[in-house]
Design a protein around this ligand. Structure first.
Ligand SMILES: Nc1nc2c(ncn2[C@@H]2O[C@H](COP(=O)(O)OP(=O)(O)OP(=O)(O)O)[C@@H](O)[C@H]2O)c(=O)[nH]1
Length: 374
């Protein structure tokens, strides 16, 4: 072999060695960047339950809300009687000052009439009351105490004999059904929430029906009231037929053996025939399952005479059995109690005395008159 041939052979061998080296490096680098191999079949078998760390697997649930304890009846009544006295004492004090004058002349009687009319007692009841006071106090040498006479006559006017108990229990194992109606903003949803708290405080089981499907915020508002005291709220999507929500709420009440179902309804103007018909339908649909034991008309005490017109029309449509007079804390016109009861022949059963969750009290004629007299 000559030297040229030998040189060619060496170069060829070096080239082959170099090529082999380059190919080897490329393959090994490809292997390193390749995706991880599929797991072996046994790796997909879940580990035994005992080996699963509980904390790691637990879903991230919100902690259970702390339930509120609604205020008990006794302390609620003491507190609200004071508030009632604070808001209404102007009327009684004004009347007492006039009746305690040395001479009860015509000007004084006129001033008494004006005071009563300003407090929304109404024309007929005012004339009646003034007539009786004149007879008892004008008599020459009368020894009667004006305060005692006024107290007695106001009690007669407020009609202490009416049955003001809320009918919240049903018969035949069915829940009592309370339907709450009224114009916009009167305080219906708030009242439903407050009544549920009173019932919860008295250990009743309650279901709420959010049949105010017109206003999404009202449904949310009611849901919050329910959550706070652990009461179920039956609701439907916005715009659902309110009668169907009311039906479902009563059904849930029956299925769960609840004591009371309270149905909130949308605010409606008494002059809108369609809306008033809808209310009649809600009541009829409920009654397919259980009798409505109480229809509460919520009236805003600050609306005066307008409240009476509302009361009349609502009563024709749904047969109102009780009045809730709200916002009495913001009005010195407690005389509306007298008018509305006369107009409807239906008792005021509850009074709203503030925006607080437990600011609703049963209406007690004697406490009311005492609050008026201060
Ligand atoms: N001061 C005072 N405010 C009250 C009372 N009752 C209700 N309110 C307030 O009145 C406002 C209206 O109350 P809602 O319960 O939303 O009235 P609603 O009748 O359900 O209203 P709609 O659903 O729009 O018809 C709220 O701001 C309540 O806090 C009360 O007794 N006193």
């Amino acid at each position: 072999m000559n030297s040229t041939v030998f040189l060619v052979v060496v170069i060829a061998l070096v080239a082959v060695a170099l090529i082999a080296l380059v190919v080897g490096l490329t393959v090994s680098s490809r292997r390193r960047s390749a995706p991880p191999a599929a797991p072996a079949p046994e790796a997909t078998v879940p580990p035994p339950i005992a080996e699963t760390p509980v904390e790691a697997e637990a879903p991230d649930l919100p902690s259970a809300p702390t339930l509120e304890r609604p205020e008990g009846t006794a302390s609620r009544l003491v507190r609200l009687r004071q508030r009632l006295a604070g808001s209404q004492s102007g009327l009684g004090r004004g009347l007492l000052a006039l009746l305690s004058r040395d001479r009860l002349d015509e000007d004084t009687w006129e001033a008494i009439e004006d005071t009563l009319l300003t407090a929304d007692v109404g024309v007929a009841p005012t004339q009646e009351l003034v007539g009786r006071l004149r007879t008892r106090l004008r008599v020459e040498g009368s020894t009667e105490d004006p305060r005692a006479v006024l107290r007695e006559e106001l009690l007669t006017l407020v009609d202490a004999g009416m049955d003001r108990r809320l009918q919240v229990s049903g018969d035949d194992g069915k829940p009592g059904v309370v339907l709450v109606v009224g114009v916009n903003g009167a305080g219906k949803t708030t009242t439903v929430g407050k009544i549920s708290r009173i019932l919860v405080a008295e250990e009743h089981s309650v279901v709420l029906g959010a049949a105010d499907t017109f206003r999404a915020a009202a449904v949310e508002q009611l849901a919050t009231w329910g959550e706070r005291v652990g009461v179920d709220v039956v609701r439907g999507p916005e715009g659902t037929d309110p009668a169907s929500v009311a039906f479902e709420a009563v059904k849930e009440g029956i299925d769960t053996g609840a004591d009371t179902v309270i149905v909130d309804t949308a605010g409606r103007l008494q002059n809108k025939a369609g809306l008033m018909d809808e209310l009649g339908k809600v009541k009829r649909v409920i009654e397919k399952q259980a009798p409505v034991t109480e229809v509460l008309l919520v009236l805003d005490a600050t609306t005066g005479q307008n409240g009476l017109i509302q009361a009349r029309v609502f009563s024709e449509v749904v047969d109102v059995t009780g009045i809730v007079l709200t916002k009495l804390d913001g009005s010195a016109k407690g005389g509306i109690v007298v008018q509305v009861q006369r107009e409807l022949g239906v008792p005021v059963k509850l009074v709203g005395l503030g925006e607080g969750a437990d600011d609703l009290a049963p209406f007690e004629p004697a406490a009311f008159v005492d609050a008026l007299l201060g």
